[in-house]
Design a protein around this ligand. Structure first.
Ligand SMILES: [Zn+2]
Length: 300
C-alpha cells in the first residue's frame, strides 16, 4: 500500500502524534471583531481549552509519559502566557499557528509575511526559542507559504494531505518536511457545534469518533504509515473525549511497535534519514499551479 516506506526508529511499525491546535477564542475575535467580547457563552467554551483542558492534558500525558505538539497562535500566547509556561514545563512542543488564526489563503504575500514574523516575536518573548514547525490555520497553506516558511527557517509543516508518510515540499528558495494529516483524524467534523462560529455539526459519541480514528490508525499500523490526530483542546479536551483518547492509546500500546512522537521529533528523524542516505523522500514542488490553468470558456 505504501511505496518507499520510511524506516521508523527502533523498527517501529508506524508513527503516531496526537497534535492539538490551541485556537482558544482567537477564532471568535477573528469572526466577530466588534462583538466577540459580548458573546460570553461561546467565549467561555473556547477559553475552556487553555484554562481547563490543557492543564488536564498535561497531567494525563505526564501519567502516560508522552509528549505532544501544540500549535498556538501568537495572540493566544499573549493572552494565555501561563498556559504556554505549563506546556513548556511539561516538555511539550509548541508550533506556529498564525497570529490570530488568520487564513493565509485570504492574505496578501506581504501580510502573510508580517503575520509569520509577528508570531515569531511572540515565540521569542514567551518561549525563548524559534519554532520548528507550522500548521496553517484552517489548513490555509497558500501559494506563498512555502517560500516564507523557508525564509523564516521553519523546518516542517503539518497542514497538507498529500501522502500517508512524511514527504518534502520544495520551491526555488529551499525545502521543508511535510508531515501530512487528513480530515479523518480531525476532531472538528465530530464535535464542532457552535452557532456563533457557523459550524453546527451533528455531534458524535466519543466511541463513534474513536471508530473513525482507529480505522485509520489500524491501517497505518498494518502498512507502516503515520497517524496524526488534529484535535482542539476546547473540543477534545472535554472529559469523555479525553477518556476516549486514553482508551485509544491503550489500544495502540497493546498492538505494539508504535513510535509515539512529537512532530518536531518526526521532522528530525526524516531529516536524519535523508542526510544519512537511509531513505529518499518523495518531493513535491509547490505551488502546483502558480498561475490559473487557463481559459475554461469552452465549458460555458
Ligand atoms: Zn487552528
Amino acid at each position: 500500500m505504501i511505496k518507499n516506506k520510511l524506516p521508523w526508529p527502533d523498527n517501529a511499525r508506524c508513527a503516531v502524534a496526537f497534535t492539538w491546535d490551541m485556537d482558544a477564542d482567537s477564532i471568535l475575535h477573528l469572526a466577530h471583531p466588534e462583538r466577540a467580547g459580548h458573546l460570553l457563552s461561546t467565549q467561555s467554551s473556547l477559553r475552556y481549552g487553555p484554562e481547563v483542558s490543557i492543564p488536564r492534558l498535561c497531567e494525563v500525558y505526564k501519567e502516560l509519559e508522552m509528549h505532544q505538539t501544540f500549535f498556538v497562535p501568537g495572540w493566544c500566547m499573549e493572552r494565555y502566557p501561563h498556559t504556554v509556561d505549563l506546556l513548556l514545563e511539561h516538555g511539550h512542543e509548541i508550533g506556529h499557528h498564525g497570529y490570530i488564526h488568520e487564513n493565509p489563503v485570504q492574505l496578501t504575500r506581504e501580510t502573510e509575511r508580517h503575520v509569520l514574523e509577528r508570531t515569531l516575536e511572540c515565540f521569542r518573548k514567551f518561549t525563548g526559542s524559534h519554532p520548528k514547525g507550522w500548521r496553517a490555520p484552517v489548513n490555509g497553506f497558500s501559494g506563498h507559504s512555502l517560500e516564507l516558511l523557508v525564509e523564516f527557517g521553519i523546518e516542517y509543516d503539518s497542514s497538507l494531505m498529500g501522502d500517508d508518510i512524511p514527504y518534502v515540499l520544495e520551491c526555488s528558495k529551499g525545502s521543508i518536511v511535510e508531515i501530512p494529516m487528513y480530515v479523518t483524524a480531525d476532531d472538528w467534523p465530530h464535535f464542532m457545534h457552535c452557532a456563533d462560529l457557523s459550524f453546527e455539526m451533528p455531534i458524535s459519541a466519543p466511541d463513534d469518533a474513536k471508530k473513525v480514528y482507529l480505522a485509520d490508525f489500524d491501517a497505518m499500523w498494518e502498512h507502516g504509515g503515520l497517524w496524526v490526530g488534529v484535535w482542539h483542546p476546547f473540543l477534545s479536551g472535554r472529559i469523555p473525549r479525553i477518556q476516549m483518547m486514553v482508551e485509544m492509546i491503550h489500544h495502540m500500546r497493546e498492538r505494539g511497535g508504535v513510535w509515539f512522537a512529537t512532530l518536531g521529533e518526526i521532522s528530525d528523524h526524516v531529516r536524519k534519514a535523508i542526510s544519512d542516505g537511509s531513505w529518499s523522500p518523495r518531493i513535491d514542488a509547490v505551488p502546483y499551479d502558480p498561475e490559473p490553468i487557463g481559459d475554461l470558456n469552452h465549458l460555458q
